[in-house]
Design a protein around this ligand. Structure first.
Ligand code: ZN
Length: 417
């Protein structure tokens, strides 16, 4: 059984913050297929299209029939534990600081045998086990053996917490509490055990529905935060940089214009100023503080979430300038991910389809309700997923975009104005 996690004690401010050590990150190019799937929450292995062999480790050709016709296919991960051991010594700095560490050899029902990190609740050989691929602190996929039926505190397992960004007992900043999505997010984070949630709101002199109810929650502190104001972003970052563990940037401006529906660039500039430059300002001010606290163990900074849009992948003409601003933010978030990787901080990008809010009022269903979106974001943190496509529309578009970006572009153009 996993010991329930205790709320971390206050850190002695005189103590030096530890430096981050990362697990070994080298992978062959073929093996990156496992990481690409794990980044979206799937466990995939190579399967030979000619003889059906499921292959691990990844290679350029099938080890049975030498065919090069290998495809990445999702696996159930069911298998049997052949042997297990607990490491009490390691020459690798990352594991040395985290000993003891349990490892096991698993034979998958699908065929291959793999070495996996082993969750504490998996029994001794020959216990049944479910293998899943998770991203470690370098953002590379590793395999972990999980119990078939975990206990209520299963997520508190030390090893699993190294690979996820579970909000339990963590301190979170949500940059915009005015929107329905922001408010649903705050509630979902508190339900998941977040310790403190700072909730940003621009224009504090204006009244917004729902903010007062949020403020009444003991975990919530409202904080004036306007991402278009560099000085305000700097001040908030100075105040929260030493405390916040998870940043969720959900602030956005969404107008429903293409190019010809409106003259001038005012609306487009406003979208860019929040959706793109807002992210840039926040990352420049808050990023370095987070990186410096990545190894603070129980109190470490761990994740950065960006609310993007499925329109970041392909422009939807009816929301043309909004799409362009989200595409810019998407590109910048990849830069942020590359920079945060050295500190082991996970950058999670969220690509929802149309959300059921005021700006998509004219749009026909299916639309994603803000509660479902909030739940998917919290789940992504709990599972340590990197790219999230919440809702059926986003998943379908993602699939089409993956098969052929040109087809999606044409389809969206037909539905635009
Ligand atoms: Zn084969």
């Amino acid at each position: 059984m996993t010991e329930p996690l205790q709320k971390p004690k206050r850190k002695n401010p005189v103590l030096r913050t530890r430096q981050m050590n990362l697990p070994p990150a080298e992978r062959g190019r073929v093996a990156l297929g496992i990481t690409a799937a794990a980044a979206e929450g799937r466990f995939e292995l190579q399967v030979c299209d000619d003889c059906g062999t499921v292959q691990y480790p990844a290679r350029a050709a099938c080890h049975k029939c030498l065919s090069q016709n290998m495809q990445w296919r999702e696996q159930s991960g069911d298998g049997e534990l052949l042997s297990a051991t607990t490491l009490h010594h390691s020459n690798d700095l990352f594991f040395r600081e985290r000993l003891p560490w349990r490892l096991g050899m698993v034979q998958l029902d699908a065929g291959p045998t793999l070495m996996v990190h082993l969750h504490g609740e998996v029994g001794e050989p020959s216990a049944r086990v479910k293998v899943d691929a998770r991203l470690d602190r370098t953002g590379q996929a590793v395999m972990i053996g999980l119990p078939i039926e975990g206990s209520a505190h299963m997520a508190d397992d030390k090893m699993l917490r190294e690979m996820t960004c579970d909000p339990k007992f963590r301190k979170v900043l949500v940059t915009d509490g005015k929107t329905e999505t922001g408010q649903a997010l705050v509630r979902a984070l508190i339900a998941a055990g977040a310790d403190i949630v700072w909730v940003g709101h621009a224009e504090p002199w204006k009244q917004y529905g729902g903010l007062e109810e949020l403020e009444a929650l003991p975990e919530v502190t409202l904080i004036p935060l306007d991402l278009t104001d560099g000085r305000c972003v700097a001040e908030v970052s100075k105040e929260l940089g030493a405390k916040v563990d998870i940043v969720i940037n959900n602030a956005e401006v969404h107008r429903t214009y293409g190019i010809s529906a409106r003259r001038g660039t005012d609306a487009a500039k406003m979208e860019m100023d929040v959706n793109y430059f807002g992210l840039l300002r926040l990352a420049q001010e808050l990023g370095p503080a987070l990186k410096g606290r990545a190894a603070d163990r129980d109190d470490s900074a761990i994740a950065w979430v960006n609310l993007l849009s499925i329109y970041a992948l392909s422009n939807f003409a009816a929301h043309g300038t909004f799409s362009a601003s989200k595409a810019a933010a998407y590109s910048l978030s990849q830069c942020l991910r590359a920079e945060m990787q050295a500190a082991g901080i996970r950058v999670i990008n969220v690509f929802p389809g149309p959300i059921d809010d005021a700006w998509n009022q004219q749009m026909l269903p299916p639309k994603l309700n803000p509660e479902a979106l909030a739940k998917d974001i919290v789940k992504a943190l709990q599972n340590g997923i990197e790219d999230v496509y919440p809702g059926a529309v986003a998943r379908e578009w993602r699939q089409r975009w993956r098969e052929d970006p040109k087809v999606l572009e044409r389809e969206l153009a037909l539905h635009g104005e």
